[in-house]
Design a protein around this ligand. Structure first.
Ligand SMILES: NC(=O)c1ccc[n+]([C@@H]2O[C@H](COP(=O)([O-])OP(=O)(O)OC[C@H]3O[C@@H](n4cnc5c(N)ncnc54)[C@H](OP(=O)(O)O)[C@@H]3O)[C@@H](O)[C@H]2O)c1
Length: 348
């Protein structure tokens, strides 16, 4: 079968397409999936560049995110049948409850082979049904960015109607967070490097927009926009480059979901957190249970993920380079199986 392997951790150039990988077969308790679409995350750039610990340095199949149809099930599988529309879960062993080192040990496209292949075999517990109204391309955006945003805003952040939520950038996590915050009746402030992207964020429901390039002291604008109070929740994807300003943007007793490092690492003065009793929590994607809660909300509200651009399977390197360039809005998707070759007739 066709698949990509990361032969060397040197960025997109280390990504090699092969047609000689053996097609996997489902053993007891396992589900075989024909992958129709996958999506990229910033994390996949870190993995490809050797900047994300994966426990090996060659020949992994990349990407945590993919969706497809079940084509075989092994003995004892009870939750899935042939033809079901499914995705893999980011962590293959975290069913629910609190995270632990053991539960977060196996992540697709990292410590275990990922989704950028024509077929994958996953344990039943690492598979989830996708919301029926989504195309495979849309469903493929959910496992990492969607679940992380849901965990940050809804589960750890406990968003309520009337809260103000601050989002940084218009990448995959931030746009899901925008959609989930609006579903819950929150006021959304979003900062981006681009006025054009901010206009698109407004069309998606953002209430207040700030260009962090032309307004480098964007935290002051955020505080002003909240009448001096500060926001209730920050979805912090910037890291050291933005955390200090996020701390200044949040209200006394507010919540910051620590998620990413797109703007680099840095140092923080603990006094800025203590004196204002801010709650900071590291978010690491989420469990199967969190994915299922998010799916129920996505389905019942008819929410559609935001796809910035779709590439063909053969264009994986270009897709990686496009994500690296940062001009995307929302998710970048790779189609694995051509739509005309898909087995089902639903939502082609
Ligand atoms: N902890 C977890 O479980 C988890 C899960 C998913 C992602 N992450 C992390 O979260 C981060 C975002 O991931 P992603 O996949 O959503 O990335 P992405 O789609 O590549 O989005 C990155 C966006 O960040 C914005 N950005 C860059 N520099 C910025 C700055 N200085 N200030 C504010 N925004 C800035 C840019 O938006 P504009 O172009 O609009 O400016 C850029 O498009 C990454 O660090 C990733 O590793 C962590």
């Amino acid at each position: 079968m066709k698949a990509y392997e990361l032969k060397e951790m040197i960025g997109p150039d280390g990504l090699v397409m092969t047609s000689e990988r053996p097609e996997p077969e489902a053993g007891p308790g396992e589900v075989k999936i024909k992958v129709h679409a996958t999506s990229l995350n910033f994390r996949d750039l870190l993995v490809a560049g050797g900047r994300y610990p994966v426990g090996t340095n060659s020949s992994i199949v990349p990407l945590s995110d993919g969706a497809g149809e079940v084509v075989a099930v092994g003995a004892g599988v009870s939750l899935f049948k042939i033809g079901d529309r499914v995705a893999g879960t980011f962590f293959q062993g975290w069913s629910g409850g609190a995270i632990s080192a053991e539960l977060s040990a196996n992540a697709l496209g990292g410590s275990v082979n990922g989704m950028l292949a024509e077929y994958v075999v996953l344990p039943e517990g690492g598979v989830i049904h996708t919301p029926p109204h989504l195309t495979y391309e849309e469903a493929a955006t959910l496992p990492c960015a969607g679940v992380t945003a849901w965990n940050a805003v809804v589960e750890a952040g406990r968003v309520r109607a009337g809260d103000t939520v601050l989002l940084l950038g218009t990448g995959g996590v931030s746009l899901f967070a925008l959609q989930f915050a609006k579903l819950h009746g929150a006021h959304v402030i979003i900062a981006s490097s681009s006025d054009e992207k901010l206009a698109r964020a407004k069309a998606l429901g953002a209430d207040t927009v700030i260009n962090y390039r032309t307004t480098p002291e964007w935290d002051q604008e955020v505080v002003k926009a909240t009448g001096g109070r500060g926001v209730d929740i920050v979805v912090e994807v910037g890291g050291g480059g933005t955390l200090e300003k996020s701390i200044k943007s949040v209200r006394v007793g507010g919540f910051i979901a620590i998620i990413g490092v797109v703007a680099g690492a840095g140092q923080i003065d603990p006094r800025s957190i203590i004196g204002r009793a801010i709650r900071l929590q590291g978010i690491y994607v989420g469990s199967h249970e969190t994915f299922a809660s998010m799916n129920r909300a996505v389905y019942s509200t008819g929410l559609k993920p935001v796809i910035g651009r779709t590439f063909a399977f053969e264009e994986a390197q270009q897709a990686y380079e496009y994500q690296t360039g940062g001009s995307h809005f929302g998710k970048i998707v790779l189609t694995v199986c051509d739509k005309t070759l898909r087995g089902d007739t639903w939502n082609k």
